[in-house]
Design a protein around this ligand. Structure first.
Ligand SMILES: [Zn+2]
Length: 287
């Protein structure tokens, strides 16, 4: 270095008062000259330097969004919603793997024996997905979600839509394996909507474990009974059955919206979403 930045310029630079083009030349020189960087340090209060290091530390330690979260943010989802979605258990590798495996098995049975296996199994996937997304013990974010300043109902809706969208796309892909059925291969779609909306609506009254268990059991019983009692297409997959499923989905959605205050008022039965034990253990973790 044949020249060094003069002291007055360094003082102005430290105060953030140096104007271009001198600013550019000082900045370029500082990047290459350790002596001038040291000299610059004498113009900056130690407290400001410590604050700068602390900010750098915090930026380095900040959690980086995972691939799902980054993709959602790029698609225009707000970052706090993207984080909640990315932490939805069903969207994590292991659960998603279980869904894909279940569908693959259902397709194998459907191809080998009867398409009923896929039609009957696919509606249960979003129901199970919502249950694992909202049950204590299964959701790694459960306690955080319970104490977060966010409406429980909104969280439930965000995750239900995410689970429903994911399982619908995967089930639709699985249906492609049964081209001989034509549109009938999508017979699971309306029952899936009916089961999920009923399960979520009943969660307000029966809790996040009992409600999906009852709805899933009722579906299995209905499919089994209609297969036992009548030959031909089981009732849920006939035109009447599909119309019934659509009606159930609409009624359950209306009841769900009407009961939305129950989710936020702490009135949920069963493994309570806002029990004092949970709040205490969450508070312990935070402290
Ligand atoms: Zn220098």
């Amino acid at each position: 270095m044949s020249w060094h930045t003069d002291d007055a310029d360094l003082r102005e630079y430290a105060a953030g008062a140096l104007a271009p083009p001198r600013l550019w030349s000082v900045e370029t020189h500082l990047a290459a000259c350790a002596d001038c960087r040291t000299a610059l340090g004498s113009h900056v209060p130690p407290a400001a330097t410590d604050l700068g290091w602390a900010r750098l530390d915090a930026a380095l330690d900040a959690p980086r969004p995972g691939p799902v979260e980054s993709l959602l943010i790029r698609l225009g989802v707000a970052d706090h919603t993207a984080r909640l979605l990315a932490a939805t258990p069903l969207l994590r590798g292991s659960w998603l793997g279980a869904v894909v495996l279940t569908l693959a098995l259902a397709v194998c049975v459907a191809l080998a024996a009867s398409p009923l296996m896929l039609l009957a199994t696919a509606p249960l996937l979003p129901l199970a997905g919502v249950a694992v997304s909202f049950g204590p013990g299964l959701d790694p974010m459960y306690e955080t979600a319970v104490v977060a300043p966010m409406h429980t109902f909104r969280l439930l809706m965000v995750r239900t839509v995410a689970v429903l969208a994911t399982t619908t796309v995967l089930s639709a892909l699985a249906s492609l394996a049964l081209p001989s059925l034509g549109l009938a291969a999508l017979g699971w779609l309306l029952p899936a909507l009916a089961l999920t909306s009923t399960g979520v609506a009943l969660t307000a009254r029966l809790g996040p474990v009992l409600a999906p268990a009852l709805v899933g059991g009722a579906w299995a019983a209905l499919v089994a009974l209609s297969r036992l009692l009548a030959s031909g297409t089981p009732l849920p997959f006939t035109a009447e059955g599909q119309g019934g499923a659509a009606a159930v989905a609409v009624v359950a959605t209306v009841l769900l919206v009407a009961a939305r205050d129950r989710f936020d008022s702490g009135a949920l039965p069963g493994p309570s979403l806002r029990s004092s034990r949970t709040l205490r253990s969450a508070a312990r973790r935070l402290s």
